[in-house]
Design a protein around this ligand. Structure first.
Ligand code: ADP
Ligand code: ZN
Length: 612
């Protein structure tokens, strides 16, 4: 690419989007695609995918078609694009005939640069030939993992996309996804028939999110105290059952907190109303089963709280990824307890297909490894995406040194000694029976009640020993024997375990009682100081103004300006257009549309200390 093209891209970025620099990989993706090459891009949620196809659409001749499965989201995307001055529209089954006709007219008149369509739409022959007539010159496939049966969201209608390449041999295709495993990547490339694509795999790190994991003690009050620390900040609470979403929402409402449940059992109208109000900043908290969030493009979600152990790390990461998409600090708190494991295991036992069971077991083990781990949460999460992260992130409970550990070398030796004395073939519960001096039939039959280790751990409860055994296993001190049946076998000592048994190593466990469930209140991510009180007042004024404008225009508030833009305004206090233009997220178009009212509000606040 020449310097000229570079400058041209930077100009469009500045003037249409109001951003001064590209996010990682955006420029590479845009340049490759514009040069006519196919592109495969795996970017994390919040990585800025939309810009990767919106910006080129402005530069390229002809029409850019975006395939997106999320009909609910299309309108917001179109609104956002239009706000930035991009002639965009969408066609999908949820529109009325008049609206669709208007879009067709615009297409025929060659007025559109960007068209969002659902995959079902694109499958029709008539529609495809119309696109040929309307001069479609490039295709972007969003959520491209939906094409893969290996992905967690396979959609049969995505399969029809495989003929795009033949019908539009000249149009470069760019595939975007937030699922980064290699199998899915290969599947996407082969099904879409991407020709020698430029492959971009971004880092999945989300530095703005602070991750914390806590044991459940009293879940409702832990949730309440977390929510109180995040007064007025939009957030999502995930619970594993419909009943618990309602219970949590109800108990928050009793304390005057604005929360609503969301799950598949609710009426469609209730669901869309909850979603709508949340997106428009009119509802602070949604308490949801996993059914919520996928179709939501709300950039100012400030926190995600999981009230139960998630079923997979992939799902957990996608869910936490819904916070902080505007790049501002956000928090993820996961609460879990032994009870959760039992519930998930029961669910797995009920699965009919053996392979599914095994896969689900594997996923639970990965989650447990994560919650019980002692390494930087980021390192552990990114390892799941085949990414190496060095640790010391300064934005997780481990790196912030928030967790208290107790020495457990002696108890660990007691438990391991029970394993050794019984031939290293028994599982957790039997070993725990022995150390706690529980004379079960199995213990008595084998004479394990006569071992010197029988009852040496009576001073602690069963829960302690079970979680100790689990810690030893996830720490690699105890290993599971492989069995022919595929079922988990007994526990044996690793070489590290033997060192620990001989006192050559020490072992610590997470302190169970008295660990505060609250976050540190620092807002987590480094370098992002919380707003001062006076700044918060101005922030509130600007948010209120944004909400009014959004309501007038029937768009979500963040489409007007993101939280990040408002924060920059609060810090810079611009009082003229030039200064406002220097604020992140303010381009020519938005200056024209909103500059005056925002400047007036800021000036007014500076002189009177009032909103208006
Ligand atoms: P994704 O679809 O990958 O989850 P989005 O396209 O919604 O991500 O972008 C996430 C956020 O990042 C949006 O608020 C968007 O405006 C912002 N963004 C995108 N590109 C840039 C950039 N170059 N500089 C600053 N912010 C950006
Ligand atoms: Zn860390």
């Amino acid at each position: 690419m020449t310097n000229n093209t570079n400058t041209a891209l930077a100009d469009v970025l500045r003037h249409s989007f109001g951003f001064s620099t590209f996010k990682p990989n955006q420029q590479h993706i845009i340049e490759s695609w514009l040069s006519g090459t196919d592109v495969f891009a795996a970017l994390p949620t919040g990585g800025g995918k939309s810009l990767c196809y919106q910006l080129p659409a402005l530069i390229r001749d002809g029409l850019t078609v975006v395939v997106s499965p999320l009909i609910a989201l299309m309108k917001d995307q179109v609104d956002a694009a239009r706000e930035n001055g991009i002639p965009a529209a969408c066609l999908n089954s949820s529109q009325d005939a008049d609206t669709a006709r208007a879009v067709w007219r615009e297409l025929a008149a060659g007025k559109l640069k960007l068209l969002y369509v659902s995959p079902e739409r694109l499958a029709g022959d008539d529609f495809r030939s119309a696109l040929v007539d309307f001069g479609a010159t490039a295709f972007a496939v969003d959520e491209a993992h939906c094409v893969s049966e290996w992905g967690h969201e396979f959609r049969p209608e995505y399969r029809s996309l495989s003929s795009l390449r033949e019908i539009f041999p000249e149009a470069p295709i760019a595939a975007f996804t937030a699922t980064a495993t290699r199998v899915v990547q290969d599947d996407i490339i082969s099904h879409l028939g991407l020709h020698d694509p430029v492959v971009v795999r971004a880092s999945f790190n989300r530095p703005e999110i602070t991750y914390r994991v806590r044991r459940k003690t009293k879940v409702e009050s832990q949730i309440l105290s977390f929510v109180r620390e995040h007064e007025g900040e939009p957030g999502i609470i995930y619970r594993s059952t419909r009943k618990s979403t309602e219970k949590t929402a109800e108990s928050l409402r009793q304390y005057g907190i604005d929360a609503h449940a969301y799950h598949a059992g609710l009426d469609d109208t209730v669901r869309s109303d909850v979603q709508e109000r949340f997106v428009r900043d009119e509802l602070q908290i949604v308490v949801a089963t996993i059914a919520f969030g996928m179709g939501i493009d709300k950039s100012n979600v400030r926190w995600i709280l999981h009230g139960d152990l998630p079923k997979s790390l992939e799902g957990y990461y996608q869910e936490t990824g819904r916070a902080g998409r505007d790049g501002e600090p956000a928090e993820a708190l996961l609460l879990w307890g032994g009870q959760d494991i039992a519930i998930i295991r029961r669910h797995i036992e009920n699965m009919q297909i053996r392979e599914e069971q095994t896969a689900a077991e594997g996923r639970v083990r990965e989650v447990l490894h994560y919650v019980e781990g002692r390494v930087c949460r980021r390192t552990a999460l990114l390892a799941h995406f085949d990414e190496t992260f060095p640790g010391q992130c300064r934005a997780c409970d481990i790196c912030l040194n928030e967790l208290a550990f107790d020495d457990a070398t002696v108890p660990a030796q007691k438990l391991m000694s029970a394993a050794v004395r019984t031939g290293e073939v028994f599982g957790t519960h039997h070993l725990v029976d022995i150390v706690t001096g529980t004379a079960t039939d199995k213990v008595l039959e084998r004479g394990h009640n006569t071992l010197p280790t029988f009852g040496v751990g009576e001073d602690r409860d069963r829960g302690y020993w079970i979680s100790l055994a689990r810690d030893l296993e996830s720490g690699g001190y105890l290993l599971r024997r492989q069995t022919d049946t595929g079922l988990p076998g007994g526990l044996m000592l690793s070489s590290r375990g033997k060192l620990l048994l001989r006192g050559k190593e020490t072992f610590t466990v997470l302190r169970r009682e008295g660990v505060p469930a609250e976050s540190s209140g620092t807002h987590g991510a480094p370098d992002k100081a919380p707003l001062r009180r006076d700044q918060q007042d101005l922030f509130r004024c600007l948010k209120a103004l944004r909400k009014t404008l959004a309501r007038e225009r029937s768009v979500p508030p963040y489409v007007i300006f993101s939280d990040k833009t408002l924060r920059v305004m609060v810090k810079n206090r611009p009082t003229d257009s030039q200064a406002l233009l220097r604020c992140h997220g303010v381009g020519d178009r938005k200056l024209e549309a909103y500059g005056e009212v925002f400047l007036r509000t800021i000036r007014n606040y500076l002189t009177t200390g009032q909103c208006e």
